[in-house]
Design a protein around this ligand. Structure first.
Ligand code: AMP
Length: 430
């Protein structure tokens, strides 16, 4: 049996979020929660501390912003003068502004008093915006500490404290400021700490700030990637389908996910495969929940052996025994590659990841190799191998970033940087 979360993608309503918030995220084009959101939102709503190991691009901002908004809305009270109910610390001004915008967007129906406090701008307007107290303050550590020291900000009534990008914060030398800020916070509070990596300094900071926390992790483990046999196949665009048919017909493919870049491309490819006698189905964000559920159940039972998927739709797929991941189109976000290939080699199994690369995709390949810090070996043994395309790999990175460069809404109306897939499963452990 496949469990509910493995078969379905979780919606924001199912995570227990109230209507004004669900309404705001759906206006943003978010259809389902990302793995970090699935894990973190209920935990924060329950009132438990979270240690989130997640990179930018996984949807981590909404993972803390949505439940914080809900908690504030559920227990409306006037913030203390110069005080704040939620304090979010970010390492850079840009990130603080971006988080501030997310709170504005997600909280558009909730009437929250918010402000963003960063260095590099005058203090006076910030002092004024804090005067009557705020529900939400997003800040960089130096400036908010400065304001607190001068008596313009009070941190002793903070109910929820978020430390975002803790590893970057420490790299940038903010550890002392963060510790001083933490010392001004009340002991009784909710604390959420997010970090892309967990070096010892972040672990010890987490240990000093968090109480009885839940660890939520969506970073792919390097070992998963190492266990996967990866190959790139240089092939002309118009030969990709024939190459795919050769691979699927070779006899060693028991269960394959084929990644296409667009919903339309996924549909067309699945139809062509079916016409060629392959038991294939497409799965993407335009399909109804019922259709997706049926496709996944058929894939699980073996009635369908090849699932043609787009990145976002593939997030809900958590099926063991996937022998091959085939990148029919290379992803334009290199992190998606890691998430995609993590679909195979689950539960200690080995897996094979094959990536088709046409002349327009060389830049994507190079970006991927940079992220995984290793070259992807080429398979030149297939009958569609193009030496001319293989040769391009040796040259400088092409200027054009490939056919879809610049398109940021590949499906579901909204693209998430870095995929946020569930390689090896999003783990949640106390
Ligand atoms: P973050 O990791 O918070 O920087 O988010 C990365 C991007 O993903 C942002 O552009 C968000 O708007 C987007 N995003 C966040 N959650 C979702 C979701 N559930 N579905 C689609 N896009 C999302």
């Amino acid at each position: 049996m496949i469990g509910k979360n493995e078969l379905f993608m979780t919606t924001f309503v199912e995570l227990g979020l109230i209507e004004p918030i669900c309404h705001a995220v759906s206006a943003e084009g978010y259809e389902v929660a990302t793995p970090i959101q699935e894990q973190s939102i209920p935990t924060v709503l329950e009132g438990r501390d979270v240690l989130g190991v997640a990179q930018t691009g996984t949807g981590k901002t909404a993972a803390f912003a949505l439940p914080i908004l809900q908690r504030l809305a559920a227990d409306r009270r006037r913030p203390q003068p110069k005080g704040m109910r939620a304090l979010i610390l970010a390492p850079t001004r840009e990130l603080a502004q971006q988080i501030g915008k997310c709170f504005a967007t997600y909280g558009v129906h909730l009437r929250m008093k918010r402000t963003v406090i960063t260095g590099g701008v005058g203090m006076q307007p910030q002092i004024q915006s804090l005067q009557a107290g705020c529900d939400i303050v997003v800040a960089t550590p130096g400036r908010i500490l400065d304001l607190a020291m001068r008596g313009h900000a009070r941190l002793d009534s903070v109910e929820t404290f978020v430390l975002d990008e803790a590893d970057r914060m420490l790299d940038m030398g903010f550890i002392h400021d963060v510790k001083k800020i933490a010392a001004l916070l009340p002991a009784q509070r909710l604390t959420l700490l997010f970090s892309a990596t967990m070096p010892p300094a972040v672990s010890s900071l987490a240990a000093s700030l968090l109480k009885d926390h839940v660890r939520v992790e969506v970073t792919p483990q390097a070992t998963t990637v190492e266990r996967i046999e990866q190959r790139v196949m240089f092939v002309a665009k118009d030969k990709k389908r024939d190459l795919l048919l050769d691979i699927l017909g070779a006899g060693n493919v028991t269960r394959a996910i084929v990644f296409a870049r667009t919903k339309h491309g996924a549909n067309r490819l699945a139809e062509q495969l079916v016409r060629s006698g392959v038991k294939a189905e497409a799965i993407h964000g335009n399909k109804s929940q019922g259709a997706r559920q049926r496709a996944l159940a058929d894939f699980h039972s073996g009635r369908v052996t090849t699932l043609v998927a787009t990145d976002i739709a593939a997030r809900g797929i958590d099926v063991d025994g996937i022998s091959h991941v085939i990148n029919y189109d290379l992803p334009n976000e290199p992190e998606s590659y890691v998430h995609r290939i993590g679909r195979t080699a689950r539960a200690g199994a080995d897996g094979i990841a094959l990536s088709f690369c046409d002349a327009d995709e060389i830049a994507y390949l190079k970006a991927i190799e940079k992220v995984i810090r290793q070259p992807v070996p080429a398979d030149e043994s297939h009958r569609f191998h193009s030496e001319a395309i293989a040769h391009l790999r040796l040259g400088p990175v092409p200027k054009t970033k490939g056919p879809q460069a610049g398109k940021t809404r590949p499906q579901g109306g909204h693209q998430r940087r870095g995929g946020g897939g569930r390689p090896g499963g999003a783990r949640r452990a106390a």
